[in-house]
Design a protein around this ligand. Sequence first.
Ligand code: PLP
Length: 485
Amino acid sequence: MRRFLLDHASKKPVSFHMPGHKGSDIFRRYGCGDFLDHIADCDITEIPGADNLFQAEGIIRNTQEKYASLYGADHSYLLINGTSGGIIASILATVRPGGKLIMARNCHKSVFNALTLGQITPVYAHPELLPGPGITGGVSPEEIRRCLQEAPDADAVILPSPNYYGICSDIKEIAAIVHAAGKVLIVDQAHGAHLKFFHRFGYGEGMPAAAEDSGADLIIGSIHKTLASLTQSAVLNLCSHRVDRYVLEDKLQAIQSTSPSYILMGFLDLNADLLLEHGKEAIGEWRENVDWFYREAAGIDGLTLLDAPGLDRTKINLDMSALGLTGAALENLLISEGIYSELNTGNILMLMTGIGNTRADMERTVRALQKIASARRPVNAHSNTAGSAGQPADGAKSAAGAAPAPLPGPLRQIPEDKEFVPLLQAAGRVCAGSIIPYPPGIPLVCPGEEITEEIVRWVSDLRAAGEKVIGVNDRSEVLVGKIRG
Ligand SMILES: Cc1ncc(COP(=O)(O)O)c(C=O)c1O
């Protein structure tokens, strides 16, 4: 594995995938090279003076306070098991065991894992489908209102904002609705830890507001995905008195590793200082580079850039289907130019920019796209060249004119007795695990949901197209409930 990693790094690729730092350059640029040079030496444990993540009173508390001040939160918590750990702890701290949670159907799998851990019943809020590109948009305030009427006994609401494509929901309005019903709003802001700083430093024009500024109670953000810290490091912001912070802290210690990495926490500290001392410059350059990219790319024939209400422009969604290219085909062409993207779905290829991307990354990518475009002729119709595999794998509600996403069958009991059966024979059975196309890592079928014929076909198509689907084993079997009797 080390060989692969070193070989890849030696090729100096352009990274438009996680993590957001994009390599060592940004740390050296802002004078933090000493920490990079002493990684192994700084990998310590809870020696005297090193504080304790689960009873923070010293150096860790100091970093947490930097984040609370940066985000304007009542309390911030460092997370060393990613946003995933923070999501699970937040749900277990706010939803009673055996209770109900209103959740967007396109939530990350960590939310589904929390359901299992807490014996929690989901009530699904369906995100909109953007008819043109066929990807999921935000969850509307009306949909949340509908769910609250359907489940007045639910304890909390959770949704991802931004979603994987960068599209945010109207958190301000949703928070008002959720609070009027006396519930807690948790926002999975895994992909939007940077939003706060675009506004704070004056570069937020046209960008969605951060959930911390929109009234959400608990916000979990993957610092590692877009800002300057290592993979798995994240922050949980508590911005409300509706949540008992001691219960939350207890869940955080239960969910996370008892050997928290001082390297991860050290990088979180470094990222906080970078934002405090150089935030205006770093975020300003990021904004300028992204705007430059959109301007230049707009001049490339056959390339469409996604523009949707609530879009975080730092996620650049490319569509070259007018030239006959699916997202996957475009991804491969860019890889041959040394440019690596984050996600392809159907005709869309998403470039996830981060604080570490430079103008040189943008220029190299624009040149590559120009080369790709000039080597192709437009195809007749703007078709979905990906066929069924181009649909969003996250249970989006279909809008008029858009290809319907395969929704799972009705929600039944989560099975206790389980068995593996071949995927091709699974139609009509109740799923006992999760079936998760990856990326984006959002369950297509969750425990307790019926597997339909359409789902079987869709998953088979995805696998035939070489896509990874977690939950289908190497014998092409899925876990379902045993039929009694
Ligand atoms: C929408 C969403 N939420 C949560 C997560 C989990 O974040 P982390 O990787 O920091 O655990 C992801 C990961 O990709 C995600 O896409």
